[in-house]
Design a binder for this molecule. Structure first.
Ligand SMILES: [Fe+2]
Length: 261
């Protein structure tokens, strides 16, 4: 069994005293790590699904590495719209931390896709990214596969967020539907829990480690919910179970009245 801790959308800033929407995102990330390991003791892997940094400088990524150090756990990461893939690749390949795109771990394959359109908050999967996905799936046609990607490939009920979802998600969904070893897709970006299915493939959204967006809202709005994370238990036979967990309290300093960032 492979026990994975998914943390997403940390939006880390370079300086210790900086905040986003009133939240010290570094402290909020630390609180999520702390509670997850206290509650579950051990993870085989930490999966960071994009928007690791709000300001994507080496200093921001170094802060993430500093927080991870205490847990001595392998970590995979992929970029979100706020990340700088070049800086991320340089800093986030360090010891047991990797930004590589494909991994064979125990009985499973984990594929980390890049849905970033440089300079835009919207998502898309480039022809090269879709080709890579197809190649990996063809090469490991019987290996149970988890696909991780930052942007959502199915709509939420938030129209303002859905303008940013993977533009060519139909192409992506068409590919995964043809490969029965794809067991699930897990994403970030939407700062809320999502649990949907596409032709029996669970499509999951994981809450952010800082603050959440209000569900079923047509415009930008912050929800009254604490930071969260997801635990994925991937079994050797290709089955899995998963659950989202929330911290007890809303991130200190959160100012829900702010209209964006
Ligand atoms: Fe994002």
């Amino acid at each position: 069994m492979l026990k994975i801790l998914q943390i997403t959308d940390m939006h880390i800033l370079p300086e210790a005293d900086e905040t986003l929407m009133g939240v010290n995102t570094d402290e909020s990330f630390a609180a999520v790590l702390n509670q997850a390991f206290r509650q579950h003791q051990h993870f085989d892997l930490i999966l960071l699904t994009g928007d690791l940094a709000q300001t994507p400088t080496p200093k921001s990524y170094q802060r993430i590495i500093n927080r991870l150090k205490a847990y001595n756990t392998a970590c995979l990461c992929l970029p979100g719209n706020h990340d700088d893939t070049e800086v991320m690749d340089k800093v986030m390949n360090n010891g047991n931390i990797s930004s590589a795109k494909a991994h064979k771990i125990e009985n499973w394959q984990i594929i980390c896709l890049n849905s970033q359109i440089p300079g835009s908050a919207d998502g898309a999967l480039s022809p090269a990214e879709l080709e890579f996905l197809t190649r990996q799936l063809e090469k490991h046609s019987t290996t149970p596969t988890l696909i991780a990607v930052h942007h959502n490939c199915l709509p939420t009920e938030c129209s303002w967020l859905d303008t940013m979802m993977i533009k060519n998600s139909e192409e992506f969904l068409h590919i995964i539907r043809q490969h029965s070893q794809v067991k699930l897709v897990s994403t970030g970006h939407i700062h809320q829990e999502m649990k949907r299915k596409y032709h029996n493939i669970p499509i999951l959204g994981t809450p952010a480690s800082c603050f959440q967006f209000k569900q079923e809202s047509s415009q930008f709005a912050i929800d009254n919910k604490p930071p969260g994370y997801r635990v994925l238990n991937l079994e050797n036979d290709g089955s899995f179970s998963t659950q989202v967990y929330w911290l007890d309290e809303i991130a200190a300093g959160l100012n829900p009245a702010l209209q964006g960032y």
